[in-house]
Design a binder for this molecule. Structure first.
Ligand code: HEC
Ligand code: HEC
Length: 350
């Protein structure tokens, strides 16, 4: 038998077993086989899998989340580019979504060839098992329980739309997100539990190497004129910055001059975000009008396209365009406070 035929036979057998549902490397059918839990358990996390929580989390319609990372033994993250960490092949990250119960657990894995694979596992109602979802996701999964609701499992292309905007697709495990100088005004931030890793511990344990010494001595912190501005910029970074990354870059995922991402390697990050908010000409027209509204109108949040798009939940206007069906009232309040008070025209800096 030729090699090709053998390969075809092997692939046939694997897909028969349901192991080739996604990318090029086999994804297990069950979450319990992805290496998150100790053998025989579907809740006890393996001791070599480390929990973490980003200080500026993504709003997902009120779902609570837990997150973990696994690095293969002897490997480390190279932080020479402090804003774009290089993760070793074999890295796995998981994120669990819980409403009244566990609903899904997402997985990102860096494969042996350096490419990234995305998958999600949907929990059974009794919480005993989580099974690989199809690449198409499930736009309206019915959740029963005391408050029945529908829930959207994203497709693989949705995963990529958010995760592959920046240079590195890991979004919540970064110098800024894991800084020990945590922002006490950050909205929806879980307080980290005692066993969670932060930037300092990761460096001390040799799991993150080549981080510029200055960022170890002075943990990253968004530069801002006030505590409200710091939290607002953090919110925009965590919820919007993965798409509104780096205007002008040839590979920018969104063709707009709007930059909402922070870069710990760039001391002028905040200035760049503020400048793009002031200067970028908005294409957005409020419903029923023909004149474009500014992205931000200092002192007048209700006239600012930024806030209108965050509040909208119709497909043509909502921001973010994916991953949410309910506006984030706490996030909206924070951004409104920032535009109305901190950006008042009379006190605005230029
Ligand atoms: C609306 C944008 C969006 C979509 C869609 C999305 N993610 Fe994410 N994801 C994020 C952001 C932002 C973070 C980091 C902040 C957080 O965890 O709260 C994140 C975090 C994660 C993490 C933890 C590691 C990390 O990057 O911080 C995993 C694992 C993950 N997502 C997997 C997935 C998978 C798999 C899919 C598709 C099934 C998906 N995500 C769809 C935005 C998104
Ligand atoms: C999944 C990628 C993605 C995410 C996440 C995202 N955006 Fe957008 N955004 C886009 C795209 C694409 C456009 C251009 C098309 C359009 O206007 O709908 C856009 C346009 C905009 C515009 C209009 C700019 C103009 O010139 O009119 C604003 C304002 C905006 N986004 C704000 C936000 C805010 C605030 C967040 C976070 C709360 C966010 N976006 C998150 C992809 C994204």
């Amino acid at each position: 038998m030729s090699c090709k035929v053998l390969m075809a036979a092997a692939i046939g057998a694997l897909s028969g077993m349901g192991l080739l549902a996604h990318g090029d490397e086999a994804l297990p059918e069950h979450l319990r086989d992805t290496g998150l839990f100790v053998a025989g358990s579907n809740s006890e996390v393996r001791p070599d899998v480390l929990p973490f929580s980003p200080q500026y989390p993504l709003w997902s319609d009120g779902a609570s989340k837990r997150r973990w990372i696994y690095l293969p033994p002897g490997t480390f993250i190279d932080a020479s580019r402090p804003g774009a960490w290089e993760f070793p092949n074999g890295t796995r990250l998981w994120k669990e979504f819980r409403l009244e119960r566990r609903v899904e657990t997402r997985l990102i894995e860096r494969l042996a060839d350096g490419s990234w694979q995305y998958a999600t596992y949907v929990w059974s109602e009794d919480g005993k098992d989580a099974v690989l979802a199809s690449r198409e996701g499930a736009p309206s999964l019915a959740l029963s329980g005391p408050q029945p609701r529908t829930y959207a499992i994203p497709s693989e292309s949705d995963c990529r739309a958010c995760h592959e905007g920046p240079a590195v697709p890991v979004l919540g495990f970064s110098a800024l997100q894991l800084s020990s100088d945590r922002d006490s005004l950050a909205v929806h931030a879980e307080s980290p539990s005692s066993n969670e890793v932060d930037l300092r511990q990761l460096v001390e344990r040799g799991l993150v190497r080549n981080l510029p010494v200055s960022l170890f001595k002075t943990p990253p912190r968004i530069s801002a004129a006030s505590p409200t501005e710091r939290a607002a910029l953090g919110y925009l970074h965590g919820n919007c910055g993965h798409c509104h990354t780096n205007p002008g870059a040839s590979d920018a995922s969104v063709p707009l001059d709007l930059r909402l991402a922070q870069d710990v390697a760039d001391p002028a990050s905040t200035e760049k975000v503020l400048r793009s908010l002031r200067a970028a000409s908005s294409q957005f027209r409020a419903p029923g009008t023909t004149t474009a509204v500014p992205l931000v109108a200092p002192g007048a949040s209700h006239d600012s396209a930024l806030l209108m798009r965050m509040r909208a939940r119709d497909a043509s206007a909502q921001m973010p365009p994916l991953g949410t069906a309910i506006p984030d009232s706490e996030g909206l309040a924070l951004i409104a406070r920032w535009i109305d008070r901190d950006m008042h025209p009379s006190t605005a800096r230029e």
